[in-house]
Ligand binder design. Structure first.
Ligand SMILES: Cc1ncc(COP(=O)(O)O)c(C=O)c1O
Length: 386
């Protein structure tokens, strides 16, 4: 509400102090921040994946972020975004909060809005699956479908303006909202429990890998960051060519890979990138479910495949050390998609040829990728590879 509008509202009341340009709900803000601080902090468990004798001296650890109350590592991002927005004076008691997301971020932000007593609206791409919209609605979130072909973030920004809400804008604010100097984030938890040589995961906003990269530099840790990027994502070419304007079609792996290089994806935080076939991501996800004792979503499969490539490269060079990745969310969110063979076939994701090679690697340490795909360069010969 502008000063002039407020003058009209206050006309005839005793309160004639209009000196504040922005209404300042200091007590409400303090109360919400206290509420966030009081929420139980979940220290997520590490899964140690048993590796075969051939990979002796190497370790693979998967931090299980699916146990957060809102089901994914986006719980941490949502907490950071709300704290940042409250402390920045952007959130109002009347809300609503608006976000561009149909996936984990929307679910986590809806969860926090429920805790904070705020209204929430997720702006989702047209044609978003009913299960996803239901998951947001189950947390009292509103679902606004953007028209086909619309720029989702721009649509969300305009929608927030129209309803007088706040566009949270995860793609811009993820990197700066994350508390990377503190001792309670993902990075301190992970680096406190293991001392990885590599942290591997895909990027959606890029906020999570950035928080690890910054924490590592700030505390003098050795860990290097590898981003695994799915097909049709702009991050890989953007990083390789140092071109923040790179674009692509956009990924089929839920949550990661973007049609443009998002503002929260900071090139210097990334030591290495690995392009991963979608079929290999889905196969790695399914191998985890069938043989490794955890049943994740597809973005975890992309990270797991990258972890395999890094382990293979380390073994090739006779190195010892630890590779860490995340279980971003649980596979139950994807039963009707990536875990459904008909859905995969309809989307042209032929994961079958990758199942045996990935399973074999985790059982024997031998790596024999399917010949039907382009053969991968030796990891020790290149900084990036499929
Ligand atoms: C399931 C899933 N995995 C991975 C990511 C990537 O995380 P970040 O946004 O921190 O790059 C996302 C982001 O939306 C996601 O939803």
């Amino acid at each position: 509400m502008s000063v002039t509008e407020r003058a009209k509202v206050l006309d005839g009341t005793d309160d004639d102090d209009l000196s504040d340009r922005y209404r300042d709900e200091r007590d409400w803000v303090a109360g919400r921040i206290e509420l966030i601080r009081g929420l139980p902090h979940v220290e997520t468990p590490l899964i140690e994946v048993p590796l075969p004798a051939k990979l002796d001296g190497l370790r693979l650890c998967v931090k299980n972020e699916s146990v957060h109350p809102s089901g994914s590592h986006k719980h941490r991002l949502a907490e950071a975004l709300f704290t940042n927005a409250l402390a920045s004076g952007w959130l109002r008691s009347e809300g609503p909060v608006v976000e561009a997301s149909s996936g984990s971020t929307a679910i986590s932000e809806a969860w926090f809005c429920q805790q904070l007593g705020l209204a929430f609206a997720a702006v989702v791409p047209s044609g978003t699956a009913k299960e996803k919209k239901d998951a947001i609605r189950d947390l009292n979130g509103n679902v606004v479908e953007a028209p086909p072909g619309a720029d989702l973030c721009e649509h969300a920004r305009q929608y927030a303006l129209k309803v007088g809400g706040h566009f949270m804008d995860q793609f811009t604010y993820a990197e700066r909202a994350y508390d990377w100097h503190g001792e309670h984030g993902l990075a301190p938890e992970l680096l406190g429990a293991v001392d990885p040589d590599w942290f591997v995961m895909g990027a959606g906003t890029g906020g999570t890998v950035t928080s690890v990269g910054r924490y590592a530099r700030n505390t003098g840790r050795k860990v290097r960051v590898c981003v695994t990027d799915p097909e049709n994502s702009a991050f890989f070419a953007g990083w390789r060519d140092d071109n923040p304007k790179a674009t692509d079609k956009g990924s089929r792996i839920e949550g990661i890979g973007r049609p443009r290089v998002e503002p929260s994806f900071l090139f210097p935080m990334v030591n290495r990138m690995i392009r991963v076939y979608d079929a290999a991501s889905v196969a790695a996800m399914r191998v985890a479910a069938d043989h490794l004792g955890f049943r994740p979503g597809p973005s975890t499969g992309t990270g797991l495949f990258g972890a395999l490539r890094i382990l293979h490269g380390m073994q090739d060079r006779g190195e010892r050390g630890t590779v860490a990745t995340l279980m971003c969310d649980d596979g139950s969110r994807y039963n009707n998609e990536y875990y459904n063979n008909d859905w995969c076939a309809a989307h042209g994701i032929d994961f079958e040829p990758w199942l045996d090679p990935i399973t074999e690697f985790f059982q024997t340490g031998d790596w024999r990728p399917p010949t039907t795909f382009d053969t991968a360069p030796r990891p020790s010969d290149t900084l990036w590879n499929m």
